[in-house]
Design a protein around this ligand. Structure first.
Ligand SMILES: [Ca+2]
Length: 456
């Protein structure tokens, strides 16, 4: 029963916080629209000390909303700590905003540069960075646009096909587009690049492109989009005649996969797989269940981890565990997803974790990490490790918290190294201690040691 009174106390405290936030927020309310990313201004939202209850949670900051989770495991999971000793290396640095990556050859990555629209090859063994590959598409690089994700065809060894997402200019605005090209044998150019899909309608804005792509085991692509942020365009996340705020399932030629849930619905776009999403920045398949998991940006708080089932509605912008950046409630603060016919998130963050690219650890190089999920955090800047049992989050850890980098995407190599790329143009490699050759040791191994040894 202490729990009840505590949560009431929390609610009261949070009410004050929300009111305070609302009162102070006026000067900053347009930040989401005017700045590079929607997460920036949340950094200043909490300046008071952590509550005592945070001892058991990886989250030490107070909540910014009054919402209570639908079930206990839905938020603020108990903190866990990696026991293995880890090596953290900086493989490369000085790059542009590095948005997406793929290991196309053992220990060699294709890495996109968002703003310059360059595609580079990074060698994880010697840290070398190639010249930009020729033949990449023209992009709109304003705001959150640019060259986004990259992946390779399942038959890449024969086809040499590389798939990329990017923000593309059309007559009426911009779209999230998917294109493909053939990587030349000398790896210097992408040949015959063509656009295979455009997530229409176009919109005259530069936010919330989504843009992650991943192949399923039938060699089709899942593409994630955003709802383009602004009110009212964001309401299109609920519409089945728009590709905004959706998970989309297409073939390598950009056609709808013929088993998609709305194929028979004449009023719905055939490529839609799920809907009611805000801005999906991470996607991967759970290694054990095979389920498709995504992570999407919430507004202020309410970032969601979701398991995607075909035809389901994930609720945005009708229901949310977040609030507007202005402090206002969204749609009168409705958060009961189930009662409205929407899917409850598996997990949500309050305050925000600003989740970006993610990857399950489908490797046994670090046994305690097996089947854990790693998510890049933009602001605050850290890598989130999530421990999952029976589709519930039972533990959370934050790694590389002292680096001050915005972690944009995560990848697990065939060798079991965890790779993270950042907006600051850094490429990190995390391995079990003694496993990897050190290119350059970083200043601190904050991932598994106490923090009180960094004073000098
Ligand atoms: Ca949702």
């Amino acid at each position: 029963m202490t729990k009840v009174s505590w949560s009431r106390l929390m609610s009261f405290t949070m009410l004050i916080s929300v009111l305070t936030l609302a009162a102070c927020g006026n000067g900053d309310t347009s930040d989401e629209e005017s700045t590079d990313d929607s997460d920036v201004e949340t950094e200043e939202s909490a300046d008071e000390g952590a509550d005592e209850s945070s001892d058991t949670s990886a989250e030490s900051e107070p909540k910014v909303t009054e919402f209570e989770p639908a079930f206990p495991e839905q938020t603020r999971a108990p903190e866990v700590e990696t026991e293995a000793e880890l090596d953290v290396e900086v493989v490369a640095e000085g790059l542009d905003v590095s948005w997406g990556m793929e290991e196309f050859d053992t220990n060699r990555l294709l890495v996109t540069q968002r703003d310059s629209a360059e595609l580079l090859i990074i060698n994880l063994e010697d840290g070398s960075v190639s010249d930009p590959i020729e033949g990449t598409p023209e992009v709109n690089n304003e705001g959150q646009g640019g060259l986004l994700d990259v992946t390779i065809a399942p038959d890449f060894d024969e086809s040499r096909l590389v798939f990329m997402t990017f923000a593309q200019d059309l007559e009426d605005g911009t779209v999230t587009a998917v294109g493909k090209g053939v990587l030349s044998e000398d790896e210097a150019s992408l040949e015959d690049f063509e656009v295979i899909f455009q997530a229409e309608p176009a919109y005259d804005g530069d936010l919330h492109y989504g843009g992650r792509i991943i192949f399923d085991d039938e060699d089709n692509l899942f593409l994630t989009t955003g709802e383009r942020s602004d009110d009212p365009i964001r309401e299109r996340a609920q519409d089945l005649d728009a590709y905004l705020g959706k998970v989309i399932h297409i073939t390598q030629d950009g056609e709808a996969v013929d088993t998609n849930p709305f194929i028979e619905d004449e009023d719905a776009l055939d490529g839609i797989y799920s809907y009611g999403h805000r801005n999906i920045q991470g996607v991967d398949f759970h290694p054990e269940t095979g389920d498709l998991w995504i992570v999407e940006f919430g507004p202020q708080a309410g970032d969601e981890l979701n398991i995607i089932e075909p035809g389901n509605n994930y609720g945005w912008p009708i229901v949310s565990y977040g609030i507007e950046y202005s402090g206002e409630l969204i749609n009168d603060g409705i958060s009961e997803h189930d009662a409205q016919g929407f899917v409850e998130p598996v997990y949500y963050w309050d305050p925000t974790s600003a989740p970006s690219g993610m990857s399950f650890y489908d490797n046994d190089a670090i046994p305690e990490w097996e089947n854990n999920l790693f998510i890049g955090g933009l602001a605050p800047s850290y890598i989130v490790r999530v421990v999952i049992e029976d589709d519930l989050v039972v533990g959370e850890e934050r790694l590389l918290t002292e680096e001050g980098e915005r972690f944009r995407d995560i990848l697990v190599t065939e060798d079991g190294a965890l790779i993270a790329i950042t907006d600051g143009g850094m490429i990190y490699k995390v391995t079990a201690a003694g496993e990897g050759e050190t290119v350059e040791d970083t200043e601190e191994d904050d991932v598994e040691t106490d923090e009180d040894d960094d004073a000098e």
